[in-house]
Design a binder for this molecule. Sequence first.
Ligand SMILES: Nc1ncnc2c1ncn2[C@@H]1O[C@H](COP(=O)(O)OP(=O)(O)OP(=O)(O)O)[C@@H](O)[C@H]1O
Ligand SMILES: [Mg+2]
Length: 476
Amino acid sequence: VPRAFRTQLTVGAACLLALFLAAVFFAARETFKEQLLALQEQSRVTAQSLMAAAEAGHLDREKIADAILRLPVPADGVVAVLDVPTGTVVASRGDAAAVSTLRIEELNAPVSRLDGDGVRRSYGSAFTTDGLCRVVVGLPRRMAWERTQPVYRRNAINAGAWYVLSIVALYFFLARWVRSVGQLEAMAVRVSAGDLRTPPSQPMPTSELEQMQQTMVDMITRVRELQLQVVRQERLAAIGVLVSGVAHEINNPLQSILGFTEVLEARTDLPPGVHADLAMIHTESARAGSIIRNLSRFTRQQPLDPSPYKLTDLVAWVAELRQRRLAEEDIELVIEDRATSSVNVVSSEIQQVALNFVINAEYAMLNAAPAERRMTIRTRDVASAGRLGSSAFVRFEVEDSGAGVRPGDEAKLFQPFFTTKPVGDGTGLGLSVSYGIIQSYGGEIGYAQSATGGAIFYFELPAISPSGRAPLRQGF
Ligand SMILES: Nc1ncnc2c1ncn2[C@@H]1O[C@H](COP(=O)(O)OP(=O)(O)OP(=O)(O)O)[C@@H](O)[C@H]1O
Ligand SMILES: [Mg+2]
């Protein structure tokens, strides 16, 4: 049993005990008060009955004394008949010390007093019709107490039974709570120890705990995604540094090869056939040069000045550039341009990203039936793309009706040199360079499968406020 559980149970039990004891005590006190009033009434009624009997016997002293003895008054009770004009005791029964102190004037209000014999009594009285005699009856207060006791006992037994029931209920209630909170705690401990597997959901006693468990599960899932993302990004960043270093080193010898090739091509004394070979060397070196240029973009050597740029202009630019090609290939182009915000970028870089999306999409649809070739270019403003904080972003995406990306390839899409195109057709650098560009602006680039199974490639960039400054990025 966890210590917290025992403490809670002890505290709960103590509080309940205090509550029940108080209830029993106050209920009994009320009963006692009622019994005291009843006692007062009883002494008055007894006095009246004696009065009636005495009047019926014409106030004969002996008959009065006889009637006094037959009254239902306990041994420690007091009965007295007083002569009103003289104030003397005509007849009495009970403790002499108590009787001797009875005064007519004292008895006009209901009296409850401590008598000379140490007994507290409630007095009631009645006058004869001629007003000459007064009958007084004093009943001991203990009678009220004795009548209260059974009520007291019954209340205590009832309360005891309820108390036991409440403790059992409290035990089960607390046990459920403590177990559930313990499960949540275990979950948190596991996460802090680095275990990011989704924990199994347990039934929870309240919707608040249910909610808390769900939040923790969501949190774990999110942290796991972020961790994967960080790992992937770090790998890409490392590759980027390596690749741009290599690209830089290779560029110099490549330029020499190109230079010397041009020198050789200019010579006229070479045997025929050599010129064709030189042309081949020239073309291939130039191709290698363009790959190298692409590669060196991984880490931007000279920072360029970004300026506000509308995504509408980007859509117009890429649509115009590819219009003829799209028409030739029977690809229907749909434009859904809804973005209103601008982004702060170097336009040539962002154009390169958009162009690569579009050319990839065209390529992906080569094998589709001409009637089903459709490309959609969309832009829109997004409030916050699942990031922390609420900064605004702008989204650009290209959807195609091609066959999409094989599930196994999804994770590799943005890695350098990943290509499914035949050798010579693609370098596999387009998306990885795009990744680097979008990343450098604090944006997000990604792939999603479209509803029809084709591909959607998108990027989201921080929108700029009307003042032209990029908003502060928060969170990750
Ligand atoms: N719209 C698309 N539909 C299906 N697969 C795609 C799409 N776009 C990209 N891919 C896949 O991603 C791979 C990598 O694309 P990326 O643009 O990086 O290189 P590439 O197009 O193969 O070569 P390059 O862009 O250098 O000519 C492609 O080879 C292809 O397998
Ligand atoms: Mg490409």
